[in-house]
Write a protein that binds this ligand. Structure first.
Ligand code: AVI
Length: 326
């Protein structure tokens, strides 16, 4: 049973374009040019990301799925039955059913900014779990979100798989983890603090990390370059795509893989009638993907008001799923 999506988004199409334009114009004006990674995900970008999750070198999706498949019993013991599962950024993936079948929740609340995607995912899920009440919420989950009244008085488990937390710098990650706590506490019973089950990618060999973000088939390169295609199409840009090269670099000091687009020659272009130049070798920084040790993950969670309870890894110890309590 799926209730109609609760809509807490106030941006219209124009609003989204304005935000995209502002981010791109501001980012291209900085000394180190940068565009926020959230703009990767237009229709083509989302398709390409789906393909990335299947390339040999990109292990995170497989590793996390392995954990969710294997640890069902342990999740059930640690989390208990009958919570409302609130998923931040509802996936159309196989991961959610794995968790839901393991812990037998009382309700499922997928939150996503894209209404269409949300409803499709909710319908799919509901077909698999016909007795589970599903209450979709269309909202930006990086901010506090009002919970549907239908789950008032139910204990809550937040679910944030995929290592999406890694795409945020620590300061933003802490803000968001705190907001998630506020979201989960909204209307929840006071004697049962919310829990959070979160996927985080582990620090490992630079060569493995760089390959995961620069696969031989060029899918990640296409994903990175699609951002330029999107800027040219939606913001009237003239960026010469053939003069930009995909680069994935492990930045050891801050423990993250950075994706850049590097100019292979001096170029000049316009975006929304503003002129920009790039010298050969100069880059546009398009994404950070932070990796964590168990300690750094613990520190991040503690700084955000979450106390870690358990940490599970896959058999190759590449990825971890952490359970924490507010
Ligand atoms: C969505 N996010 C967790 C992916 C990651 O691994 O940081 C995005 C991605 N970028 C390149 N490949 C995958």
């Amino acid at each position: 049973a799926v209730t109609e999506a609760l809509r807490i988004v106030d941006e219209d199409e124009t609003g989204i374009n304005n935000a995209f334009r502002d981010d791109v114009l501001r980012g291209l004006s900085e000394a180190q040019k940068a565009v926020p990674a959230r703009w990767f995900y237009d229709e083509r970008g989302s398709e390409l990301f789906e393909q990335i999750t299947q390339v040999e070198e990109y292990y995170p999706t497989r590793a996390e799925t392995e954990i969710l498949k294997k640890r069902g019993e342990e999740f059930r013991t640690a989390i208990g039955k009958g919570r409302a599962v609130v998923e931040f950024g509802s996936g159309s993936s196989v991961k959610t059913p794995l968790l839901l079948s393991a812990i037998d929740p009382a309700a499922y609340v997928p939150i996503d900014i894209s209404g269409d995607f949300l409803c499709a995912a909710a319908d799919q899920l509901s077909a698999k779990f016909p007795h589970l009440p599903v209450h979709p919420v269309e909202a930006d989950f990086t901010r506090p979100v009002t919970m549907p009244t239908a789950i008032a008085s139910m204990a809550r488990l937040g679910f944030f798989p995929g290592s999406t937390i890694g795409n945020m710098v620590p300061r933003t990650a802490v803000d968001m983890l705190r907001d998630m706590r506020a979201t989960l506490e909204d209307g929840s019973p006071e004697d049962t603090p919310p829990m959070l089950l979160i996927g985080m990618d582990r620090i490992k060999d630079a060569a493995i990390l760089e390959a995961a973000y620069d696969d031989a088939a060029g899918v990640t390169a296409a994903f990175n370059l699609n951002l330029v295609t999107r800027i040219n199409r939606e913001l009237d840009g003239t960026i010469p795509e053939n003069a930009l090269k995909h680069r994935a670099i492990w930045n050891d000091e801050v423990a993250r893989v950075e994706m850049h687009l590097e100019a292979t020659r001096d170029i000049a272009f316009t975006v929304c009638e503003r002129r920009f130049t790039m010298a050969k070798g100069e880059t546009i920084h398009t994404e950070n993907s932070h990796k964590y040790s168990r300690r750094s993950a613990t520190a991040l969670l503690l700084a955000s008001g979450w106390s870690p309870i358990t940490c599970w890894t896959d058999s190759d110890k590449r990825f971890m799923v952490m359970l924490a309590e507010a």
